[in-house]
Design a protein around this ligand. Structure first.
Ligand code: ATP
Length: 502
């Protein structure tokens, strides 16, 4: 048992301290006092408060820090949120959830206001606090040293926390009566008390919030919600996917109808794990997005490499978060580059079973199988041959659908999809283009690129670029824009050259 050896006695909780137990209105909290983070100067009002003390709730917040979580301590949530947005660039972890300890005036000794707001997060094995204003003090009170060091932190300042440090939250105003939280990192991850006693917000439920944190690592999460945001991001339909009719037929059977008519499939074990495999840029992600939209399911995208990055334990938590999201609300979780985590080592089929991330994923898959929620996990890979056999066995990712390199027919339908809304000169011969595209093994993305580059070539050839630069362009000029054979052949040459260079 650890007791914070700081000169103050546990004055404010003494009245509730009987034989090493803390008494609350609802009874005895089964926690030895010395295990409680000793926040000596934080008092709470009386035995009649059914909530655990501030110091305990502070400890619960620390226990919930997992590398994807923020813990905010504040007396003014709105102010803190504003500051959090302002200084979000200092938080370089992918944030998926936020716990908040709102300190009410009446919970403090003499009904005084907490004069500092801050957020704590965990990165690797280190803990950081970001001051959300106005000012807080950090006191390093090492019992082995004679002196104590005090630092004041200005708003927006990021500080690494050390065990035993006291965060003084009322320092600047009441010199005699500082409120302190003693930072004492927990030895294990346990979010259950935080879930019970602290405010909780999933960052995943608010695209704006999540966007303000670490753009790079969580941009994929944001994409999820953006797609739901009608008008801003395009919804895809199966009609936007060319040449994959057979795969779409299978997806209608195994996903669309069960999602739309769950009552028909009540006693059927649904295949909730689907493997989409095939060469790069042939439409796997596009198909996943269209599927989610057609089935009326939420869309969650994650690149498997992002699961792998980060600290031990945080990847597993991140997997759990995504599965929690799709078990809460019907959705499609699309895991791109699946081979990055589901690769079989040395060709042995069970080689990765010691890998905790793989185990976590399999555990979550089996929870999903058992749950009533009609959600699906789509694993996409260009390297099916590398996958662990056990991972793609039935009951996990049992439904395997190939998204192949487009044949002539598929090239034509992909071309027509991307050609929509554009004018072409009469000299454009689609069969001729298709023959050339086939020769150069065009994938779906190359076809889309062909039309884009062809369009840019037309703008140049028709003098539209010059008009835009000179400011003489008018909307009437739009009618002049038409893509000619030469624009497309030049584009094809460019793409083919790039393919050789690769
Ligand atoms: P990767 O394996 O590299 O992740 P992918 O197979 O998921 O690639 P997408 O990202 O879906 O490929 O395709 C990239 C883009 O190429 C699409 O957004 C779309 O514009 C175009 N595209 C690819 N395949 C098709 C297709 N079958 N029909 C229509 N457009 C396609």
């Amino acid at each position: 048992m650890r007791v914070q050896a700081i000169n103050n006695t546990i004055v404010n909780i003494n009245s509730r301290q009987i034989k090493n137990k803390v008494i609350s209105q609802t009874g005895t909290i089964d926690k030895p006092v010395s295990d409680v983070v000793a926040a000596q100067n934080i008092a709470f009002h009386g035995l009649l408060d059914s909530k655990p003390s501030l110091s305990e709730r502070f400890k619960y917040g620390l226990e919930a820090l997992d590398g994807n979580t923020l813990f905010i301590v504040t007396s003014n949530e709105q102010d803190s949120n504003r500051k959090l947005k302002e200084f979000s660039s200092k938080i370089d972890i992918p944030v998926t959830q936020i716990y908040t300890l709102v300190v009410k005036d009446e919970e403090l000794k003499n009904d005084r206001q907490l004069n500092a707001n801050f957020t704590i997060f965990k990165k690797g094995n280190e803990y950081y606090a970001l001051n959300l204003g106005p000012t807080w003090g950090l006191t390093i009170e090492n019992p082995n040293e004679k002196h104590s060091l005090k630092n004041h932190h200005s708003v927006g300042e990021l500080t690494r926390l050390n065990s035993g440090e006291a965060i003084e939250t009322g320092e600047t105003i009441w010199s005699n009566e500082t409120h302190k939280f003693i930072f004492n990192p927990p030895y294990r991850y346990n979010p259950s008390n935080a879930q019970k006693y602290l405010g909780y917000k999933s960052a995943l439920s608010n695209a704006n919030d999540i966007e303000s944190f670490n753009q790079r690592t969580i941009s994929s999460l944001t994409e999820t919600k953006k797609q739901k945001n009608a008008g801003k991001t395009k919804y895809f339909h199966f009609s936007d996917v060319g040449g994959l009719d057979d795969v779409i037929t299978e997806l209608r059977k195994f996903v669309i109808r069960p999602a739309k008519y769950p009552e028909v499939f009540e006693n059927v074990r649904l295949n909730k794990g689907i493997l989409l495999y095939g060469p790069p840029r042939c439409g796997k992600t596009l198909l996943g997005k269209a599927l989610a939209n057609e089935a009326g399911l939420g869309w969650w995208y994650k690149n498997a490499n992002e699961f792998k990055s980060g600290v031990v334990g945080s990847s597993e938590q991140s997997v759990r978060n995504y599965f929690q999201a799709i078990m809460k609300e019907p959705g499609v979780l699309f895991i791109d580059e699946f081979d990055a985590i589901a690769k079989s080592r040395d060709g042995s089929s069970n080689a990765r079973y010691d890998d905790s991330l793989v185990n976590q994923l399999l555990g979550c898959m089996s929870d999903l199988e058992k749950s009533d929620t009609i959600s699906f996990v789509i694993a996409a890979t260009n390297r099916k041959d590398l996958l662990d056999d056990a991972m793609v066995a039935s009951g996990r990712f049992g439904l395997h659908l190939e998204v192949p390199i487009p044949n002539e027919q598929a090239l034509e339908s992909i071309f027509n999809i991307h050609a929509k809304g554009k004018s072409f000169d009469d000299d454009v011969s689609l069969p001729e283009l298709i023959t050339k595209m086939k020769e150069w093994e065009f994938n779906g993305s190359d076809v889309a690129e062909l039309i884009t580059i062809g369009y840019f070539n037309a703008l140049e050839r028709l003098g539209i670029n010059a008009k835009m630069d000179a400011g003489t362009f008018s909307s009437r000029d739009l009618q002049l824009i038409s893509i000619a054979k030469t624009d497309l052949l030049d584009a094809l040459k460019k793409i083919a050259t790039q393919k050789i260079a690769r």
